[in-house]
Design a protein around this ligand. Structure first.
Ligand code: HEM
Length: 334
């Protein structure tokens, strides 16, 4: 009898094992997913990949927690241009690569990805094996974990792109309305829920006066402010940002900018979203309902939703199989 039970258990575990090892790609219903990724992609080549990336990321982010926001944003910007192929990491002597584009000039933390890659290249089995696109996806996850944010699985097996062009950087604009943002996301296989959930990343990090001065000082050219903005918040921002100041940092989620929580939805609901792209999430029925639900439930579903949408983001237009390459150094093609 005991043997029979044991046998049943073994059969059951074998089934569970099969379903866990199943590639992730086709489960997502994402039209931009062309290839499969696998949670255990490096099991036979570099099984230590996750622990190495975790250690290196922890070393940097625990010393400088503001890097978490920068690294999460870097992964997003990578995925939205040519897919999650590590193209944002490439350097060009002519300063015409993705990282030289205006929205990427404030992206920081390349040294963390480079250090993780260097640590992997020093590890037996991992040399020339782990793509920079995968490393960036893992670094973003680990960086958010260091500051106590949500965790998400990172299926692996992305390959690195060989092209990175400033002229191709067409990221969603902070001045866009919700209709445009929904289209930007749909073009990448991400829906309205992903838009409102991933915008929740603005619960951490900073921007600067330059990007919001028009909203607070001169919205229609008559010295007015954006009526979609809470007047008392405008007064606070005006004290910090003089009309010609472009540099002074401004928290994205005032009152809770260092904590990865659902507080962003509270400030958006109070018309204190920093950008038009945050405020406009109130203008669409679906995104508005999500915001209200998070406020009412104090973000009961936010961590799980964020995790699901990050997995989807990590599949956008990926290169797999024989496409692309595995770079030896993340800033340069082989
Ligand atoms: C919906 C469209 C989005 C727009 C228009 C947008 C725009 C921006 C802008 C303009 C900034 C400030 C940059 C600066 O001042 O240098 C910013 C910061 C940031 N964004 Fe977004 N973003 C969007 C979606 C996302 C998504 C999907 C993520 C990640 C999943 C993200 C993560 C971040 C983070 C973490 C920061 C703070 C960066 C730091 O402190 O260094 N954003 N975003």
């Amino acid at each position: 009898m005991a043997l029979k039970n044991l046998l049943a258990l073994v059969v059951l575990l074998a089934f569970v094992g099969v379903s866990v090892a199943k590639p992730y790609g086709n489960q997502l219903g994402n039209p931009r997913v062309k290839g499969d990724l696998d949670l255990d992609y490096y099991r036979s080549t570099c099984p230590q990949v996750e622990s190495i990336v975790r250690r290196v990321t922890f070393q940097y982010v625990s010393r400088r927690p503001t890097l978490a926001a920068a690294l999460l944003r870097m992964h997003f910007h990578d995925c939205f241009v040519r897919g999650c192929d590590g193209s944002i990491l490439l350097k060009s002597p002519n300063k015409d690569a993705e990282r030289d584009a205006v929205p990427n000039l404030s992206v920081r933390g390349y040294e963390v990805v480079d250090a993780a890659k260097a640590a992997l290249e020093r590890t037996w089995g991992c040399r020339g094996v782990v793509s920079c696109a995968d490393i960036l996806a893992l670094v973003a996850r680990e960086a958010v974990a260091v500051i106590g944010g949500p965790w998400w699985p990172v299926p692996l097996g992305r390959r690195d792109g060989r092209i990175s062009k400033l002229s191709e950087v067409n990221l969603p604009s902070p001045f866009s309305d919700v209709k445009t943002l929904k289209k930007n996301f749909l073009d990448k296989g991400l829906n309205s829920k992903d838009l409102v959930v991933l915008s929740g990343a603005h619960t951490i990090g900073v921007s600067s006066c330059g990007l919001i001065n028009n909203r607070i000082h001169n919205f229609t050219g008559k010295g007015d402010f954006d009526p979609a903005m809470n007047p008392s918040y405008v007064r606070t921002l005006k004290k910090r940002c003089k009309p010609t100041d472009v540099k002074t940092p401004v928290d994205m989620d005032p009152g809770s900018a260092r904590k990865f929580d659902s507080h962003y939805y509270n400030i958006v609901a109070q018309k204190k979203g920093l950008f038009t792209s945050d405020a406009t999430l109130l203008d669409d029925l679906d995104t508005n309902l999500y915001i209200q639900a998070q406020v009412l439930t104090r973000g009961a579903d936010f961590a799980r939703d964020f995790s699901d949408s990050m997995v989807k983001l990590g599949f956008v237009e990926i290169l797999t199989g024989k496409k692309g390459e595995v770079r030896r150094r993340c800033a340069f093609v082989n």
